[in-house]
Design a protein around this ligand. Structure first.
Ligand code: SF4
Length: 327
């Protein structure tokens, strides 16, 4: 059985900048509900040492919604699913810019432009996105991120030139579980885009979605796949089963099990930004403040792509009430 001493020794290793072995992480995964607060305390110490007291706030916008050719089982925007999400083409530049402005006003430091679909293949649409990135960079005080699906290297270079700070492309899950999640593109396709992003010198935001029916072993597989990639930011999503999707009936993990994932990621990635994203409100419920104690240093504020989030002022208040800072 896992002891508090074992947890603290693993934390000392992370604090000393030494990587944990697969066996050690596997052992941390067995922390019981009674031991979990020791795990959080250790993860909090690691977060404090490497990430300080600051919480990063990121707002996302759905710049092109629905009608996606891909069949990701969790996603309300897939054309394989019957859901109530709005369907619209790429928004006009002025609208995307106006949303960025509102995000800054609401307290965000990062603004992420997201489009549904396998990628942005039409040149006009892609140029539009590059132009609006440049405009936001020159007129507002925001880091601009994007999540546009697959990218080739030329597109990555264009985005970098436009001033893109970070690109989001998740692994989503373990390679061994991926066929249950998506069949229209594969894991190797995802790795190709990730490679292009890194080669272009854009910061990488890469993580996954938890609670889709993957085993603990598969979570471990994902953790170490992410470690190999070494992204600057690891987004952690908790499945929020949406009616009409293939995963609509998935049984959620407990809030403590979700938080355990966050804490373990902090042991593996002591220096990186760990961002809790979609599914936070629905899955953590009253335990949302615990995500910072469990080692996260970043959240999405406002609404998600297809679901509602907390009003931003509430999240800002939560951060301040915890004695953390947002700038
Ligand atoms: S996650 Fe992206 S690629 Fe997959 S169905 Fe949704 S919008 Fe399409």
């Amino acid at each position: 059985m896992l002891s508090v001493d074992y947890i603290n020794k693993a934390a000392d290793k992370a604090l000393a900048g030494k990587g944990l072995t697969l066996e050690e992480v596997k052992n941390l995964q067995t922390a019981s509900d009674g031991q979990i607060y020791s795990l959080f305390a250790a993860a909090y110490t690691i977060r404090k040492k490497f990430r300080g007291n600051k919480v990063e706030l990121c707002a996302i916008t759905n710049a092109r919604s629905g009608a996606c050719s891909e069949d990701c089982s969790f996603c309300a925007q897939s054309s394989f699913h019957k859901t109530k999400v709005p369907v619209y083409p790429l928004l006009e530049e002025n609208e995307i810019y106006a949303r960025a402005k509102r995000a800054q006003k609401a307290g965000a430091g990062y603004f992420c432009i997201v489009t549904s679909g396998k990628g942005v293949k039409d040149k006009k649409g892609f140029s539009k996105i590059c132009r609006v990135i440049s405009k936001i960079r020159s007129k507002l005080k925001l880091h601009v991120d994007a999540s546009l699906g697959e990218l080739d290297f030329t597109q990555c270079k264009a985005l970098k030139e436009a001033g893109l700070f970070r690109y989001n492309h998740n692994l989503e899950t373990a390679r061994s579980f991926y066929p249950a999640v998506c069949s229209t593109h594969n894991y190797a396709d995802r790795l190709k885009t990730i490679e292009n992003v890194k080669k272009a010198g854009i910061e990488l935001c890469c993580g996954g979605i938890f609670g889709m029916g993957e085993t603990r072993k598969q979570r471990l597989e994902l953790f170490f796949a992410l470690k190999d990639i070494s992204p600057e930011c690891i987004p952690v999503n908790f499945l929020n089963p949406i009616s009409g999707t293939r995963f609509e009936r998935k049984k959620p993990l407990t809030p403590l099990e979700f938080l355990k994932i966050v804490a373990i990621l902090r042991f593996i990635f002591p220096r990186q930004e760990i961002k809790v994203c979609g599914g936070r409100e629905a899955n953590l419920r009253s335990l949302q403040p615990f995500l910072f104690l469990a080692g996260s240093d970043s959240i999405i504020i406002g609404d998600y792509l297809t679901t509602k989030g907390n009003p931003p002022y509430q999240d800002l208040q939560m951060v301040r009430d915890l004695g953390l800072r947002t700038n």
